[in-house]
Design a protein around this ligand. Structure first.
Ligand code: HEC
Length: 108
């Protein structure tokens, strides 16, 4: 049950998120915005919406791109230079954004 540690790891962060308001935009957000949008609402077809996705899921995905376990060149390039702290900040940011409406059009 590999998801259990991720769930537990997210608990203090969820609590911190509730105490402070919206997190500040991470410094590396500009590396992601062209495809995923600053608000996590995808800007290009084929890029997934990240808004409102769970923190542990986003963080795990970023680790998997950086390690090459998920071998998608475009995301390996984006995640390659990120530190663990960067990934946490980005996952926290996108998890805190309002989810997209189903069926919306993807526009730049
Ligand atoms: C050039 C476009 C592009 C850029 C820039 C980009 N991504 Fe992505 N991202 C994608 C695509 C395409 C996928 C789908 C890849 C796949 O099939 O696994 C993806 C997937 C993801 C996923 C997995 C989502 C899921 O539902 O599994 C996460 C998390 C993610 N990106 C975060 C980021 C972050 C954080 C950044 C900035 C550091 C970033 N991306 C930059 C195009 C991009």
């Amino acid at each position: 049950m590999s998801w259990i540690p991720w769930m537990l790891a997210a608990l203090p962060i969820a609590a911190a998120g509730a105490a402070s308001a919206t997190p500040a935009p991470p410094a590396q957000l500009g590396l992601c915005a062209a495809c995923h949008g600053e608000d996590g609402h995808a800007r290009i077809p084929g890029a997934p919406d990240l808004a409102g996705q769970s923190y542990p899921y986003l963080l795990q995905a970023l680790h998997e791109y950086r390690s090459g376990q998920r071998n998608v060149p475009v995301m390996r390039a984006a995640a390659g230079p990120l530190s663990d702290k960067d990934m946490q900040a980005l996952a926290h940011w996108f998890a805190a954004q309002s989810p997209c409406k189903p069926g919306r059009a993807v526009t730049p």
